[in-house]
Design a protein. Sequence first.
Length: 367
Amino acid sequence: MKAITAKRTFAGIAALGAAALVLTGCAADTTEEAAPTEETTVVEEEMAPALDFLACAVSDEGSWNDNSFNEAVFDGLLLAESDLGVQIADAESASAEAYAPNLQAMVDAGCDVTFAVGFNLVGDVNIAAAANPDVSFVTVDGWSEGNGNLKPVGYKMHQSSYLAGYLAAAYSTTKVVGTSGGLQIDAVTDFMSGFYYGAKAYETETGTAVTVLGWDPVAATGDFWGGFAPNDAVGKSIAASQLEAGADVLFPVGGDQFGAGSEAIKESGVDAVMIGVDKDIALTSPEYAAYILTSAEKRMGAATFDIIEDYAVNGNFSGDYYMGDLSNAGTDISPFYDFDSKISQEIKDRLAELKAGIIDGSIDPLA
């Protein structure tokens, strides 16, 4: 278990020591004409008033800077600290064995709410919630086993991934696209199934055959590299195999695999791109922007902030399920950035129609 860290940021207070600092130039000699006065005013950035509220989080394996779901939740925690004035504490989990003691450390620290990040913590956070009925918990990508003090947070990632799959099929010149995952669990395959059906929707609409490598949602078989470690060597090997099989758009689902994916693309010599997951990868990792067509965002930072705000400011917390989807902007695809000019207005308009259809229920992204 990593020792917990409590953090509170007061930017600029120590450096400035006052709300404004005025520097005035003086005349060198009183017998001479006064030199022009030069004033420089430095204004301290106003901080949110401090709240007596401790918001905490325990990571899945990895770290808070995993450029994926751990980091997204931690971003929300930091935003709550700066914008709401809450205090924060956290514990990173180096292994699965750290989950339970890290959750207990948050209880011992007196956290008002603790976020357990990731599907893998669901068992331990339910045990912690049952043992501490007066303490509030949130399970991200998990569920509650009847604990009223545990709020599940989930996402309909098949919705934004459907849009990503349709775009991938439209963009592909080979009409072969590939997906793969870290582990064969619902939180991963939900992305992959949406991607598959979105690509196949393009096939149905246009009559152009599209091959999707790496996942068959009917047979529930596909390509998985066995974990969520960043830039996994097996994940890179899967990407290389899919590129060799003709894929020119890749959708690796399982944390930050974009270093390995970009290396596989460069080594293959294929003019290929990737679709990011969880965060807006082209924006948050600009070193990969030249390879990122778009990203299927799981906006966990926004949900984290909203839950903390409603609890710390309004006093509201319940075990009711939070579900992020296209309708509440809990998920969506990212801007196209450098690829914008390579995507026709017709495809952009169709993506907007598909999004509207998913929201109003006229389009099923899992069919």
